[in-house]
Write a new protein. Structure first.
Length: 35
């Protein structure tokens, strides 16, 4: 898995999570960093 694939996957996860966790973009970014 290269960097571009990881970035694309993170973007998809961020978009789906943002649907459930509205207005908490910083929290979502921290969650993805922890993963």
């Amino acid at each position: 898995m290269n960097v571009a694939e990881v970035q694309a996957l993170a973007g998809k996860i961020r978009a789906e999570t943002a649907k459930a966790v509205v207005g908490q973009n910083d929290t979502i970014d921290l969650m993805l960093t922890a993963l």
